[in-house]
Design a protein around this ligand. Sequence first.
Ligand code: ADE
Ligand code: ZN
Length: 328
Amino acid sequence: MTDLNRIELHLHLEGAAPPSFIGGLAKEKKVDIARAFDVQGGYAFGDFAQFLKVYEVATSVLSTPEDYYRLTLAVLEEQAEQGILYTETFLAPDFCGKGDVSAWREYLAAMQEAADQAEAQFGTILRGIVTAVRHFGPDQAKDTALCAAETAGDWIVGFGLAGDERMGQKRDFAWSFDLAREAGLRLTAHAGEWGGPASVRDALDHLRVERIGHGVQAIDDPALVERLVEDGITLEVCPGSNVALGVYGAWNGHPIQKLRDAGVKVTVSTDDPPFFHTSMTDEYDHLAETFGWQDDDFRAINMTAAQSAFCDAVTRERLIKKLEPTDD
Ligand code: ADE
Ligand code: ZN
């Protein structure tokens, strides 16, 4: 088995579903989602708005806890292939039981069963971050936060906000984030992917998060970069996703190196890898080619990720031990 020494903090579970998996499930259920695929069998979208639509079409075939059990197992097999020891994945009760707490518990039990099996079989560890979808609005987010608060613990470790950053205001979600915080959950929100520095500031001020999903557009505001450093905020950076969606035109224009040079806590994730034709290995290869990152750089990035993970202290120690260089 590949050595497991990578950590991924930002992975959407449905976004990690290979098109062949979703296509196979659609066939089994006799539903026609051909519009979600291109002629090569990949997911078909041209921009972020289309991506979000295709994501929902693909997700629509995942309609039972058993479907999520199979998906979780397939995703974790791939995580192990990619050398990933520990993953935090975004889970949306909007898709898993339509925001109903007892239905959500059934989906969650299925995903946890798959995660236990994958950990025993492949050695890779999974934890969940319950995530509201911004473009579904603040009222639906409250149901999501209730699902999160009801299931907070050693496995559901965080609460987050994904979706279309260009819709609504961060402060509209403050109630949900307050509830999740009171339930003991750690907090992250997508910001500074499509929005500029003000969007990152709003996430810090109104949602009081300790990690930011993406956050890369903070680079346009030196005072904000300084604040990220001073407050010890970790960025879940997904460079391949940003390049695939056109946030940046090419790898050499991506600000990950500048953010790291400025002292921001930077980690590397894949976001929705099959959608963006990427993998953790591809991300590392691009970072090595573009910015000259070497083993020590990757070890440092993974150590930052271990320290910023939302898991319990015992699990974190396991991760840190695994990442420390050995004498042999
Ligand atoms: N949901 C899945 N992928 C996402 C992304 N890159 N940004 C916002 N919401 C998402
Ligand atoms: Zn994301």
